[in-house]
Ligand binder design. Structure first.
Ligand code: BGC
Length: 388
């Protein structure tokens, strides 16, 4: 009953989101996880008790939360923003949700405006986290607490908490998936592999790389894995702003430059967008189901999950953005109400100034064998959406 009530509230909030959009300009319609599954996080969320739900809960007291998101060019951030807005509004907070479309300066201005217009708390998923140091200092000066969302805010002491997924764990999960599927520990075969890593200004990308290489480096050293381009370091494989186009270009270059006589067996990519880029490059180079490589990704976007079903992507990392939003909302409540939010890591996330107390959600590898159980049964996408 309580769940239903919050679900209804969140749905209303979602509709409001879709109707009014946000100050950041046109807001794309979100895919299902946010709207259809708004009930899911209610289990653990501070749901209003029955009977109080109709009125905005008093605790929020009209407080304003500024939510700065990086881009709408990838589905996950649209879902993150929608989930955050819906969950915060359900608790009675006023929400200013802004997307900066991967423009670093635009994000700085959006955050400045949030401060100027009286935000009581800021939630920031950064584009280039080091570029926000000054505006974060302004927020601190004004007594406005900051929560880092998904991406660590670097080089600042103005951040109170960090809600994210276990970013090194994402890399390890991708590495382990490749290790298992290719039976790297036992095989006498060799497999060719190329790497497509994330943006150098995103701490997550470095952690993912570290986790991935912890698993795969021994196989590169042994020669079980062969990277014919020779590009295995983070610096050689990172892709600025997680650009799908650059991933496609890199893949095209590798295929023409190094794989004219031998197939590429593994595209180790850090992002579903990169998997789409590789898919286009592979198709262009004439790859078919018979020699299609193992292609990894991250986020389990709707399109990626469809590609997993149809076979052009092998796996992705499912990150339940509903859960992340729920943990982040708890942090917002805590800093505004003087409570202690749930934290499960106080060691890993040193931003060069402080170690930021963090809550790490668990990433899960999904492929055609478990997507039904994890994604469909978990209420993230419906079978109908996946069949469209
Ligand atoms: C996030 C990933 C996402 C990537 C590109 C990273 O910071 O953790 O989930 O795939 O950004 O948007």
């Amino acid at each position: 009953m309580k769940k239903k009530l919050l679900g209804a509230l969140l749905s209303v909030a979602m509709v409001a989101t879709l109707l009014t959009g946000c100050g950041g300009g046109e807001q794309a319609e979100t895919t299902a996880p946010a709207a259809d599954n708004a009930e899911a996080p209610a289990e653990n969320a501070e749901a209003p008790a029955e009977g109080e739900a109709a009125a905005a809960p008093a605790e929020a007291n009209g407080k304003k939360v500024g939510v700065a998101m990086p881009t709408q060019s990838s589905e996950r951030w649209i879902n993150d923003g929608a989930n955050m807005k819906a969950q915060l509004e359900a608790l009675g907070y006023e929400v200013d949700l802004q997307y900066a479309e991967d423009d670093v300066q635009a994000q700085v201005s959006q955050i400045e405006n949030m401060i100027a217009s009286g935000a009581n708390c800021l939630v920031i998923a950064s584009i280039d986290s080091s570029a926000l140091v000054n505006v974060e200092a302004q927020a601190k000066e004004a007594g406005i607490p900051i929560i880092a969302y998904d991406r660590l805010l670097m080089d600042t002491d103005a951040v109170s908490y960090y809600a994210t997924f276990d970013n090194k764990g994402v890399g390890t999960a991708i590495g382990k998936y490749i290790e298992e599927k290719k039976d790297l520990a036992n095989t006498t075969e060799t497999y060719t592999i190329e790497f497509f890593m994330g943006s150098p200004d995103d701490n997550n990308a470095h952690m993912l790389y570290d986790g991935l290489m912890e698993v795969l480096q021994p196989y590169l050293d042994k020669g079980t894995l062969v990277c014919k381009s020779g590009r295995t370091s983070f610096d050689d494989t990172c892709i600025l702003r997680w650009s799908q186009e650059t991933a496609q270009q890199n893949c095209e270059n590798y295929l023409t430059g190094f794989y004219a006589d031998e197939d590429l067996d593994i595209c180790a990519t850090a992002f579903d967008g990169f998997a789409y880029g590789c898919k286009a490059a592979l198709e262009g180079a004439g790859y078919t189901a018979d020699n299609w490589p193992l292609v990894t990704g991250q986020d389990a976007e709707l399109m990626a999950t469809k590609n997993i079903i149809s076979g052009s992507q092998t796996m992705s990392i499912y990150k339940d953005t509903r859960l992340l939003a729920e943990k982040c909302v708890k942090m917002v409540q805590a800093v505004l109400e003087g409570e202690e939010p749930e934290i499960n890591d106080t060691e890993q996330y040193n931003n060069n100034v402080i170690v930021v107390p963090s809550y790490l959600c668990t990433p899960v590898a999904v492929d055609k064998d478990n997507y039904k159980e994890i994604i469909v049964d978990g209420g993230y996408y419906t079978e109908e959406q996946l069949a469209e």
